[in-house]
Write a protein that binds this ligand. Structure first.
Ligand code: RRO
Length: 307
């Protein structure tokens, strides 16, 4: 029997596939569809203190196996997601994604989570590229340190961060040094590749921010793999890496694991294909493992070869 089970922190999962935050996880019906699917677990749409309608439409555009979005953090608010999770028998295995829009929001978000007695993990989103007037938090290292100081002083949950892509080896070093100072459970690499521009006929493909938006899907896979691998090489062993970016096939999942991912999230292609993608990717991943004679993820995780 081929084993594709995995562990993040103290939590075991029977397979290594889940959605990426933002994909099919905003409403009750969407979350139910993930709950009923063969995904190992789910992460919620990134929640803010108050519900948000997000940016004007069109705000998502798929092209080939890729996508551009400027959703603008539409979500039903932290209270909705905490209430949804309260009724979930498997809440200890779930990921609640949160983002402070203002720095002062974080203590209030954590207070609500603590009051709700939520038992699952928290994915702190430091990388939304689509809030007009706001930079991607993790590109500001001081701001990132300040948020991590805050969250670890207020919360005893298992906490991870969702990073934007980095493109410079020194930035990998600096961000990993910073993250290694905290008792993080996981780091998720990568969020969408910020502020691309896609043209459709004579016009930009999406409306907000004059067409600029986060890129996802197959065009970001090399960047995603580079980030997964760079952080796996630099982070303390006890910090798990969750891979995200460019997963279309089981081969893509295999490559994320080869680079060091313990869990792999699916974004653009999940939106395109729906939850039926999970059994397909599981089958294709197992086929790929058999091609190389592997029977479990531990056999090849973080075993990238150099020529
Ligand atoms: O809602 C969004 O615009 C969005 C978010 Br919060 C994010 O983290 N990543 C992304 O591509 N879009």
């Amino acid at each position: 029997m081929t084993n594709i089970s995995t562990t993040i922190g103290k939590v075991n999962f029977d397979n290594c596939l889940m959605n990426a935050a933002g994909i099919l996880c905003m409403s009750q019906a969407e979350l139910d569809s993930l709950k009923d699917s063969q995904a190992a677990t789910f992460v919620t749409k990134t929640a803010t203190l108050q519900a948000r309608p997000g940016n004007p439409e069109p705000r998502y555009y798929a092209f080939g196996d890729s996508s551009i979005n400027s959703m603008g953090l539409p979500n039903l608010g932290i209270d909705f997601y905490l209430d949804y999770l309260k009724h979930d028998a498997r809440q200890a295995q779930r990921f609640l994604s949160i983002a402070p829009i203002q720095p002062d929001d974080l203590p209030q978000l954590i207070e609500k989570i603590n009051q709700s007695h939520y038992q699952g993990m928290i994915e702190l989103n430091l990388s939304c590229p689509n809030i007009p007037g706001k930079p991607q938090t993790a590109y500001d290292f001081e701001q990132t340190a300040s948020l991590l100081d805050q969250i670890f002083s207020l919360s005893e949950h298992a906490i991870g961060v969702k990073l934007p892509p980095f493109f410079d080896l020194v930035h990998f070093d600096q961000m990993a040094d910073l993250l290694n100072r905290y008792p993080l459970t996981f780091v998720t690499c990568i969020n969408s590749l910020g502020n691309g521009l896609v043209i459709n006929e004579l016009s930009v493909a999406i409306k907000p921010k004059q067409g600029f938006g986060g890129l996802g899907g197959s065009i970001v896979k090399p960047t995603a793999l580079a980030n997964v691998h760079a952080f796996r090489q630099r982070l303390k062993d006890e910090i798990h890496v969750i891979g995200a970016g460019g997963v279309i096939t089981g081969r893509d999942v295999f490559e994320h694991i080869l680079c060091g991912a313990d869990m792999v999230q699916i974004g653009s292609q999940l939106l395109k294909e729906g939850p039926e993608i999970f059994p397909r990717l599981q089958t294709e991943l197992i086929e790929e493992m058999h091609r190389y004679g592997y029977q479990s993820l531990a056999d090849f995780r973080n075993q990238l070869k150099y020529i």
